[in-house]
Design a protein around this ligand. Sequence first.
Ligand code: UN1
Length: 508
Amino acid sequence: MSTTLSSIIAGSRVGPAARTYASTDPSRTDERVADVALGDAGLFVDACRAARDAQEAWRDVPPPIRGQVIAGAGRLVEANKERLARIVTREVGKPYAESLGEVQEIADTCAFFLGEGRRLYGQTVPSEMPDKQLFTFRDPVGVVSVITAGNFPVAVPSWYIVPALLCGNTVVWKPAEYAASCANAFFELFVHAGVPEGVLNLVFADGEETFRGLEQALGDGLVDKVGFTGSTEVGTWIGELCGRHLQTPCLELGGKNPMVVTEDAELDLAVEGALFSGFGTAGQRCTSLGTAIVHEYVHDEFVRLLDAVTRAATVGDPAQDVLFGPMINERFADGFETYLGWIDPERHTTYGSTAVGRITGKEPREGFTGDPDAGLFYHPVIVDGVGPDDRLFRNETFGPIIGVATYRTLDEAIALANAPGYGLSSAIYTTDPKKAFAFRRGIKAGMVSVNNSTSGAEAHLPFGGNGRSGNGSRQSGIWVLDQFTRWQSMNWDYSGRLQKAQMDVLEI
Ligand code: UN1
């Protein structure tokens, strides 16, 4: 039995829509999780208008009180952790342990921003003139439009929604329609925590209608900031659109995240890191490992060990204890098929599984726990021999696939790591601090791990990328406050005379 979910604008569910989308369980695609009533561009604009109407009153709620509402949401999320995690696992196929971690990330984000409610500091700044005082204040930007993907259906939205609300903005959230139940459950918890009507609005719509709606809302001056997590292609379009309205969106896009393994690395640790960052979440994180760039002295041993642990890895029913479950939905599975088609037997050697591609009844996997006929399960694959003139090396390949390349000097490794032009996450496995710091300086990624996974960001460090991964905007921690507030400066002259800046300089 599935329910029909519809958009919620200014506290009211929107009536029946012309189109519905069936959100299914990727482990059993014949099972419907929800029917989703999809709105059109006009509905998106209506939601922005409702958010605009609600903004002034929300702005006037003192930040510490807004923080209390966020704290309440965090408590409700904790109290509903297992329930929410089960919805995530069912709707997008994320292993239950990872889903619990994802829900925890919302609670961590709320805990962090509860405190920011009492710390939304401005500054007092000295003036160059006597009897004059300068100040700075943070003001909300206004209406924030948040558009998110379904691979992190609740944690990543919280990275936008929580600080945006805390800063006094109102929000229109357009989640991925294939993660609609996750979004609906998240939304309801925030409403129960006391987020007022119209302050947070939920819109279900397909990409095309959303972008038409966004274009119109920006044109009508109803949106002041866009936060987007998704593909580089769509992010580029959003960047162009916002640029026309002199806005800088917060863009969190794809990644081709490298992991350099030096000749002195602890190989077992590096292999464990590669396994988790390459195949965790079936490789469907923007921070998933793309290419392991391995020193030629240790290359063969690294591949041998990675092959062994990959063969032994558990794949299947995400409700059980598995390394990874299915692809999120048919669209992701189709995309992955395309990337698998880029494997070239003439130049690449594959490892990790007895077969490449979909796990079927005919070619099951040792220890596989899912239903091979009804679920979108894939064999993990390691592709050795990738290089810069290779599509597999240059592009994000969302799915359980790890490329392996070799290098001789660290400079060469850094050049290879930067070559695809993304710049989200990166890692180096080394026991030599000098190499670690040289890598940090040379890599163009927004995030660097030393002896740890490329994925698994913590909720209070700046998260974001450069190049094809984003426009340099950062989420999480105090840094995100600059996305959702604008600085206003004030100067106050109490000298009783006109003091002219730069012209009336005090002689000493
Ligand atoms: C994403 O895949 O969009 O670093 C974000 C991580 C997560 C966030 C990934 N916490 O793995």
